[in-house]
Design a protein around this ligand. Sequence first.
Ligand code: PLP
Length: 449
Amino acid sequence: MQKTVNQSILPYTARINEQNHLEIGGCDTVELVKKYGTPLYVYDEEGIRTCCKHYKDAFSAYGDVLILYASKAFMTRAVCKIMKEECLGLDVVSGGEIYTAMNSGFAMQKCYFNGNNKTPEEIELALYCNVGRITVDNFYELELLNKIAAEKEITANILLRITPGIECHTHEYIKTGQIDSKFGFDLAQLEEAVLKIKTDYNNLSLKGLHAHIGSQIFEKDVYVDLVGIIAEQYAKIKQKYGMEFTEINLGGGIGVKHTEEDDPISIYEFAEVIIPALNENIKKHNLERPKLLLEPGRSIICNSGVTLYRAGSYKQVTDGRKYIAVDGGMSDNPRPSMYQAKYTALVANKVNSNNEETVTIAGKYCESGDILIEAIKLPAISPGDIICIPATGAYNYSMASQYNRAPRPAAIIVHKGRSDVIIKRESYQDLISFDVIPERLAKSGFSCI
Ligand SMILES: Cc1ncc(COP(=O)(O)O)c(C=O)c1O
């Protein structure tokens, strides 16, 4: 079975060069740091494109398929351009993501709009720029969308998001009759929603159902159950209401390798589970073959991104741990402190040197919990060494903050020896550029000294 990009910790093009430096996309990371500074997000273009190709190739046997990149994982205009060139669509979840897609010339019919509380303004924007589908999450939104579409005298093409009663944890899952989630209609509410669309909401056209059961999923069987549950609903609705759905959206979720302990399935294994499950259910329930939609985010981009930091201060606790502090941390990667996410690291300027000491990699922000990696064995680290944390391409920049007034780092993309900025590094000036001093404070001459 062909290995796919999500199964390797390091980016697709990563290698160690003659200087014992980490190289990505034909660029020496030590040189990248000299040129762009740290912290620095580095994206491997070939890895991203290869992953898109793996998805398209793996699912081509099904027939009508559209892979929607889940932009929440990492979205910039350059990423939109790459997705466009790779013929993917986009899963967008906010006005900001819709605007970014539109602004980068994306075919908006290939944008599918998700979210559990789309504002009227976001719905207006989505309809204005003619997104392909709006995935409706609840009864309030059905009514709101129908009203806005009616005012505009248009028909909105929609999917309904359901919570199928499958709860996923990374290495286990459970099926329950009902799960308590802020997203989607539970199965007991689905018929009522369908009936309302059929009888009351003349400006909505329902194309099918959507479900997303979780993220960083390592299981396969969970997807077989998911297809079975959705297909049963298709059969029931067809039989009762004579509605034949033309699309099925199975969401995203397949896992990636962050550390040696992680063993995610390949994109080909994923397809080998989904396609037969769909074929069997289509036959079993005598359904028309629906168009298949998938929304992978993490598995497309995570392993093509690394973060480079400079090591700074260090501290040996008496009879305790040795800390190495880097010049970033929870502001550029909140996942360890938010989710206890595990990462590994390497020293990019001495990759193959002997691992000599066990250290804890700490961030520089004012929280004791700002620890990026606990107890990792690495070569002896001196201030100025470059620490690389791989598999930080997804939900890192997109969740980054300016906590402690830290300017957000730059992101660059590397390809065949070339490096280009895709997000500029923020400056101190940028940090204050949205601050406003009200006139009455600006005018006040009072000073406590
Ligand atoms: C509705 C929906 N689709 C797709 C995704 C992407 O998931 P992943 O990045 O795990 O593939 C998410 C992530 O939260 C989501 O909520």
